[in-house]
Design a protein around this ligand. Structure first.
Ligand SMILES: C[S@@+](CC[C@H](N)C(=O)[O-])C[C@H]1O[C@@H](n2cnc3c(N)ncnc32)[C@H](O)[C@@H]1O
Length: 197
């Protein structure tokens, strides 16, 4: 089940959307500190660029893409203001193969769970097409148990990244952070990690 959002409107509103914290999700940050992040890195659904710019600041070669032009504009402005070098593009996850990159690491902080079933299938097939063998994919998703009316389960995530394209798949229970009207929100979620076979 996917969210039904007007992404451009949410990014253009006065208050930032709940996920746009200005900092990387803590579970993903902890993962980055223990994982081997090989370049080039793809930040799929990069939003306003927080994750892509953190990685660029760490010296990685990063491409970020998002469907929302206002979000990508904001990400580009932040990159320019911070003097960081990241390729930031407006693109649809269902056509990720058109980006023309061969990422050795893909990070997805809340994109997959935002897509409907057909778009998820096209996105993950696209990742399988562009990732070289051994590439690492990490996906942070909100659990259906967060009671938002949408979300993932360990079963739906594992089914998306199944044989024969994906190996060594693991799914960890995590906490997803959000902020809305000054309130700090904590929701159950998952961090899936997998490798292109
Ligand atoms: C929950 S937000 C997460 C954004 C960002 N990763 C973050 O953590 O701040 C989901 C993002 O997916 C983007 N998105 C939704 N559908 C998309 C699609 N089909 N292709 C690319 N991006 C999409 C939205 O614009 C939004 O920025």
């Amino acid at each position: 089940m996917a969210q039904d959002h007007d992404w451009d409107a949410m990014y253009s509103a006065e208050e930032p959307p709940p996920w746009d914290l200005g900092e990387v999700q803590p579970a993903l940050l902890a993962f980055l500190d223990r994982a081997e992040i090989a370049d080039p890195v793809l930040d799929a659904g990069c939003g306003t660029g927080t994750l892509a710019l953190l990685l660029a600041g760490r010296g990685h070669s990063v491409t970020g893409f998002d469907l929302s032009a206002p979000a990508v504009d904001r990400a580009r402005a932040r990159a320019a203001a911070e003097g960081l070098d990241a390729e930031l593009q407006v693109a649809d996850a269902a056509h990720v193969a058109d980006l023309g990159i061969r990422p050795r690491t893909v990070l997805d902080s809340g994109l997959l769970h935002s897509l409907d079933a057909d778009a998820q299938a096209a996105y993950v097939a696209g990742l399988a097409a562009i990732c070289p063998p051994g590439a690492l994919v990490a996906v942070l998703a909100i659990s259906l148990e967060a009671d938002q009316g949408w979300g993932e389960t360990e079963t739906t995530l594992r089914a998306r990244f199944g044989d024969p394209d994906w190996v060594s798949t693991a799914v960890e229970d995590i906490e997803v952070h959000a902020r809305w009207r000054g309130e700090e929100l904590r929701m159950p979620g998952f961090l899936l990690t997998t490798h292109r076979s």
